[in-house]
Design a binder for this molecule. Sequence first.
Ligand code: GAL
Length: 672
Amino acid sequence: MKAISDILPHIAYGGDYNPEQWNEKVWYEDAALMQKAGVNLVSVGIFSWAVLEREEDRFDFTWLDKVMNILHEHGVGVCLATATASPPAWLSRKYPETLAVDDKGVPYSFGSRQHYSPNSSIYRRAVKKLVTKLAERYKDHPALKMWHINNEYGCHVSECYSQDSLEAFHAWLRRRYQTIDTLNEKWGTNFWSQRYNYFDDITFLSNTPTFPNPGQQLDYKRFMNDSLLELYMVEKKILRDITPDVPVFTNFMFEFKPLNYFSWAPELDVVTWDTYPDPREGTPEAHALQHDLMRSLKHGQPFLVMEQVTSHVNWRDINVPKKPGEMRLWSYSAIARGSDGIMFFQWRQSRAGAEKFHGAMVPHSGDEQSRTYREVQQLGQELKQLDSLTGAVVPARAAIIFDWENWWAVEMEGKPHNKLSYLEQVKAYYHTFYRRNIAVDFVQPGGDLSSYDLVAAPMLYMVKNGEKKNLEQFVENGGTLVVSFFSGIVDENDRIHPDYYPEPLRHILGIHVEEFVPMAGGEWNQLSAGTDHYRCTTWSDVIHLETAEAAAYFTEDWYQGRPAVTTNSYGKGKAVYVGTEPEQAFIDDILTGLMREKGITAPASAPPNVEIVERTSGKGNHLVIVNHNQEEARIELDSGRSYVDLLAGTKVENEVIVQAVDVLVLRQTEQK
Ligand code: GAL
């Protein structure tokens, strides 16, 4: 298969297009407006099952044939959707067992969307039929660029408690454990008399009187992730067989807890995701983290923003529009961090239905002079000048360990502290890198760390088979690893690693932890590091030094004077342990010190709230600069380099001004 940047040689620009909501006359108007706006790609048919298969086996593709032809005539490529995200009424009526069931045992009703059970064999059979028909019909259509499989798996229904799902869970457990004795051992079922004699004895944990078995909870989450992924694979296989050269993907959502996107990414030809930051409360930093995570899922390969909104959504309590310029600015943040596409939900604002007040590229009025359409048009024209960016990667020497299974496990109940948020810990470490414009990837604990010099592992509670070795090797080979509190505690079944905490990390960190002292909200302790003092909250570890040295001490409570932060030399590298949740300034200080040691620097120096990201490929080195401030920003560039400003066409050297709420895309021209 060709590289995505060969299939999409321009920054992809467009959105979800739902022509079945309009008549043929509007289709032509749409295509003309798309052309004017520089649209080159649309996703068609995401919710079209009911108009593609009107009754079981009664297919009607005539309208879609026309739409595909019109789009092609206007130079617009198509991500053709497989239309399986919202099964039609006839399927739910005829086969009620295709409906997903909630944790109270109640089937979801027809009348919104995503009401299918991922484990229903009848739903899967119907999916196969529809997808095969679509693929056969459009396999040679010149407009077909990619396949958009289903839509946002798990968004509304990420757990299913149907009979089909229970049987599938049993089969999944049999595959994983082979014997019931192994399962009992892994789940620790001798606790509270939870021992099972047969796989078929296992029920869902939907209504237990108190804390359910942790190993079982964790496996249910894995099972649901795998069920949805398997469903995706059913479609992918058909599409691959019939159209081996057409890339396939589904659209992800941010850091969505129920789905382990690292396990999905290898099955997508390109990662795509839907981004909806709240213009009232969302921060560029939170948004940037999500883009960086999406880029990391396929190890740095560019991703596509598959949906965002031009102005406002309709599903928050208060849905304010993005301010003038904001949509453009946030689009460039995505591009800076590795996106090769800016797509929207949706092309034309709906007249009817649950999302009629959701923004779109063309508003209800259809007015070409509307602010929304003008901004859409401006951005579309601008992006045409950025072809050299496509395929470019974001080189990063720093990474943060991120692991969905760890996230699931550490936030299950019954812990020393039951208000821990994994994401909050990750965000604290991300903040330091973001604020300093240091490119950072996310990587799994067992992932390839060889290209990084500095890796932070916040709250890595679960350390699975093989991960210990991977982290040890990274440090042995000269890397710097920073680990924070409540790490290295359990195995993949949420069973304690025997021996001292944190057993799998004990040798690299050169410490052991004897006790945990969680703190309630409002309580705090203090760190003393040389002459500096920092506040810390949430948690203190009672640490014993083995080979490590103390870098900071607790100053209060019965464990005052004991180490809070430690440093250990291991092989050619170094491992730092932070046994508490320090105030941000401490994390900033410690990480910036370590970056200094490693010579990790930003691509240029800039005032706060200006993002600068380097993207590089055989087509050139680029700097994408996004100024979120209400005033202009002066950027000092590397004096050894000259650039061309791709949007203005001018030459740039030494320093450059980026206007308030504005962007610059610079391409390096020569080395002086
Ligand atoms: C996404 C979904 C779209 C649309 C959009 C509205 O989650 O994929 O179909 O509903 O939200 O914001």
